[in-house]
Write a protein that binds this ligand. Sequence first.
Ligand SMILES: NC(=O)c1ccc[n+]([C@@H]2O[C@H](COP(=O)([O-])OP(=O)(O)OC[C@H]3O[C@@H](n4cnc5c(N)ncnc54)[C@H](OP(=O)(O)O)[C@@H]3O)[C@@H](O)[C@H]2O)c1
Length: 328
Amino acid sequence: MKAILLHDFGGPSELYVGNVDQPEISTQEILVRIKCSALNRADTLQRKGKYPPPSGASEILGLEMAGEVVSVGESVTKWEIGDRVMGLLSGGGYAQFINIHEDLAMPIPTGFSFEEAAAIPEVFLTAYQALVDLSNLQIGEQVLIHAGASGVGTAAIQLAKSLGAAQVFVTASKAKHELCKSLGADHCIDYRNEDFAKVINDKTNGKGVNVILDFLMAAYFQQNLNAIALDGRLVMLATMGGIQVSEVNLVNILRRRARIIGTTLRSRSHTYKSKLTKGMLELTFDKFETGDLKPVVDRVFDWNDVGKAHQFMEDNKNKGKIILKIGD
Ligand SMILES: NC(=O)c1ccc[n+]([C@@H]2O[C@H](COP(=O)([O-])OP(=O)(O)OC[C@H]3O[C@@H](n4cnc5c(N)ncnc54)[C@H](OP(=O)(O)O)[C@@H]3O)[C@@H](O)[C@H]2O)c1
C-alpha cells in the first residue's frame, strides 16, 4: 500500500508518499481502507523525532482516520465489510489501510462525509476524557479552555456547553474569537493582550473557574492557579508553553483545594481506550446526528500536500481540524 513516510526526522519537506507493506489483521481486528486522516500536533513532534510511537504501534504518522471496512477478523462481531467507521489510532493513519480492534472503531454519524468524520476521534475523545472522565464536570460549573480554536478546544467548548457548563471561557488569538463564540464560548480572552486570570476573576466575582483544560503547562501555571475555583480541577494535556517554572506561588493548590491532573491518550491501555470510546459514543453520537455537536474542519489537504498541511499547523493558522485526504 501507499503511505506517507519520512526521508529523515526534520521539517515538513521530509514527508513523502511511498510504499510499505499493508497491515495484517488479528482475529478481533478489522481492516479499514482509509479515506481521510487528520493532523494532530503530536504528528509534527513525531516528524521531528521528538515523539516516538508507543511500543507495538505503527511507525507511520497519523492518530485517527475515517474509512470503509474492507476485511474483518474471524472473531469480529460488530462490523461488516462496507461499514463506514472512524477511530483513534496509536499510529498509521497517514496510509491507505489500517488494522484496528473492533472495539476502537466507531460508526460514522449518518450524513457525515469522511472529511467530517476524520475530524472527530482524537479531539472529541480528548475533550470527553478531560471533561467527563478526569474532571467530572458538573452542571452549572465554570470552565476555562485554553487554545479555544485548536482542534481539541473546538470539541471541548461544545462538549462543555452540552454537559451544562454555566460559562465557558477560552483563550485564543483575536482572529479566532468568532469561531469560539459560534461554538458556544461565553467569554473569549485575547491572551496576547489580556491576563486571563484577571478577566476570569472579574467575571466570576473572584470565585474562579471549576475546571481548566490546559495545553500550555509552564507558561500558564501561575495564572491557572490564580484563576482556579475552590475544589477546582486543572487538567494538563500538553506542554506547548514549556515544562520549567522558576518561580510560582503554589498557595492556591492548598487554599482552593485544587487538583492537578496530567494525562495522555496515545499510550493508554487498550482497555482504557475501549471504555473511553464507548463512553464518548454513548454521550455524543445522537448529538452529532442532530447537529448539536459538530466537528470543525478548517481545511482539507490532498496527501501529496502533507508538508504544506504540517506547515499550516505549525504556523498556528488552523481553526479546528486539518484533514488529509488519502489518495489512491
Ligand atoms: N494529552 C492528551 O491526551 C492530548 C490529546 C490530544 C491533543 N493533545 C495536545 O493538545 C494540544 C492541542 O492539540 P490540537 O491538535 O488541538 O492543537 P492545534 O489544533 O494545533 O491548535 C493549537 C493552538 O494553540 C493556540 N495557542 C498557541 N499558544 C497559545 C497560548 N499561549 N494561549 C492560548 N492558545 C495558544 C494556537 O492558536 P492561537 O492562534 O489562538 O494562538 C494554536 O492554533 C497539542 O499540544 C496536542 O499534542 C494532548
